[in-house]
Design a protein around this ligand. Structure first.
Ligand code: SF4
Length: 191
């Protein structure tokens, strides 16, 4: 298969799963916001992080976020670690609607791939994403499991998981390792 066909297939997959106005008349942009805040880690739940992730302007991101706050899908809370900063979090209503997200068909298709293929595919997509973002001067996003800033060996000592973020100087919970992060820098994948 040639490179152009691969690129077309990746683009087509994304377009098919965008879910434009299929449920509750949510637009592609509104779905993108809900999915982002469902996956973003605690360092990345801000309008500017979403704007960078979605490669859009802060103004456009803010408008979409405000429309979702008005509809009761997003709410603002103060960050636990830094009381001055605000995080956006999904409401119960948003979590309910995400269960009907048209994007789930793409998740199921990924889930049906053999385990070893999932790993290769994820690494290949992460690399393509890094190349495209690099060409455009955009930030790449990813999760702790392949980030240069991940520290620790994950061994469980005294009920404590020993992973930490070297960038934020904060311990990380096991369940946070797969969340997407604004401060991600591609490194060696966790074995
Ligand atoms: S290890 Fe990397 S991806 Fe994880 S929180 Fe730190 S900067 Fe973000």
């Amino acid at each position: 298969m040639n490179s152009r066909t691969i690129a077309e297939l990746v683009f087509h997959l994304g377009r098919m799963a965008s879910g434009d106005r299929l449920v509750e008349k949510l637009t592609t942009a509104q779905w993108a916001v809900l999915r982002y805040f469902a996956l973003a880690n605690r360092f990345s739940r801000t309008p500017s992080a979403f704007a960078a992730f979605h490669a859009t302007t802060r103004g456009t991101a803010s408008q979409t976020i405000k429309s979702l706050e008005k509809k009761g899908y997003l709410t603002r809370i103060r960050s636990d670690s830094d009381r001055r900063s605000i995080q956006l979090v999904l409401t119960e209503k948003a979590r309910d609607i995400l269960a009907n997200d048209p994007f789930e068909s793409l998740v199921r298709a990924a889930d049906s791939l053999p385990q070893n293929m999932q790993g290769h595919f994820a690494n290949a997509l992460q690399r393509m994403l890094g190349d495209v973002a690099g060409e455009r001067g955009k930030l790449t996003f990813g999760s702790c499991t392949s980030c240069q800033h991940l520290e620790g060996d994950g061994c469980n000592r005294d009920e404590q998981t020993t992973y930490a973020c070297g960038f934020a100087s904060e311990p990380l919970l096991l369940e946070e390792l797969d969340e997407i992060c604004f401060n991600f820098v591609l490194g060696k994948p966790l074995q």
